[in-house]
Write a protein that binds this ligand. Structure first.
Ligand SMILES: [Zn+2]
Length: 315
């Protein structure tokens, strides 16, 4: 097989030839194969080919020149292609500041509540019927500039969030709740405008939907878990009920970190129970496939809705 034919058989996306990346230790190689390709090997390691003919590999890179080779077998024929790019040198660590003994404690980070929220928590709505409750669901990110994290195949978190939020809307409506979404299409919303929607629609609870990504120095291909974050005890009760229900529905395939504390802008509401769900990591191939799967998305949405109903009725 000629080299030109090899390029046809495997299309890969790595930094453009000759491109210089800032200092990084890992890089994604993403590609697609022609029908009939049975085996793709990146830098000597087999990578799974998805049913769609797509594949993704997470590879170590080094400072300086990197040549990534991709080979594939097609009906017994072997072909190989490669890309070369450069990685900038590792930044020199800044010299430690000279040690000065100080008795001052480091300044505590202060997070302010949402300015438009009242200081007093509203009474728990256990006496209300579902039809008297409005749930505000906030699909995270959106618009041309705020994509959220990106999956191995270039799928944007903003889209995964919207799909799960719409599925959750349907499940909550089936349980009799009124539901309002902060966005139902791909539009940008300013961060502090999101929880403000509670006040425009008379919301009783706020749920932000996200999908997670690991820190830059972690192996994105391996990290996956679900977690539900809140800021205060009011939000924590809701977060715990949702986390427990999600874990009951998905524990066989997804580890749960349960309810966790976080200073997210969208959850700092003393008045209305608010939480933020990191449903999964779409940055790992398994998390991406799970978030894309409508059957699994439905199961997860049902679990979140059930968790909400548990919080509503079990006070
Ligand atoms: Zn997000």
């Amino acid at each position: 097989m000629t080299l030109a034919a090899a390029f046809l058989a495997v299309a890969i996306a790595v930094p453009k030839p000759g491109q210089r990346l800032p200092y990084v230790e890992h890089c994604y190689v993403i590609g697609a194969t022609e029908p009939g390709v049975t085996n793709v090997v990146v830098q000597g390691v087999d990578v799974p080919v998805y049913r769609t003919g797509a594949w993704a590999a997470y590879i170590d890179v080094k400072e300086g020149e990197n040549t990534i080779t991709v080979s594939c077998d097609e009906f017994g024929r072997h072909s190989e292609t490669s890309r070369t790019f450069r990685v900038a040198s590792k930044p020199v660590p800044k010299a430690e500041p000279s040690v000065s003994v100080s008795t001052n404690k480091p300044a505590e980070r202060v997070y302010t509540k949402l300015e438009y929220a009242a200081d007093e928590a509203r009474p728990h709505p256990s006496a209300k019927q579902p039809g008297e409750l409005t749930v505000v669901i906030d699909p995270g990110h959106g618009g041309a500039k705020d994509l959220g994290c990106i999956s191995p195949h270039g799928w944007c978190e903003k889209e995964a969030n919207l799909l799960l939020a719409e599925a959750l809307r349907e499940k909550l409506v089936n349980l009799g709740y009124r539901v309002v979404l902060t966005r139902r299409n791909d539009r940008a919303i300013e961060l502090y405008e999101r929880p403000k929607a509670i006040y425009a629609v008379g919301g009783d609870a706020f749920i932000s939907i996200h999908h997670n990504a690991p820190a830059a120095d972690r192996d994105a291909s391996k990290i996956r878990y679900a977690a539900v974050y809140s800021w205060n005890p009011l939000g924590e009760k809701l977060a715990k009920a949702i986390a427990a229900s999600m874990d009951a529905a998905c524990h066989e395939e997804l580890k749960s970190n349960g309810a966790m504390h976080a200073n997210f802008a969208v959850t700092r509401n003393p008045e209305i129970p608010s939480c933020l769900i990191e449903a999964d990591f779409i940055t790992s191939p398994e998390g991406e496939e799970a978030a894309w799967d409508p059957v699994r998305r439905n199961r997860l949405a049902e679990a979140i809705a059930r968790g909400f109903a548990d919080w509503h009725s079990n006070h």
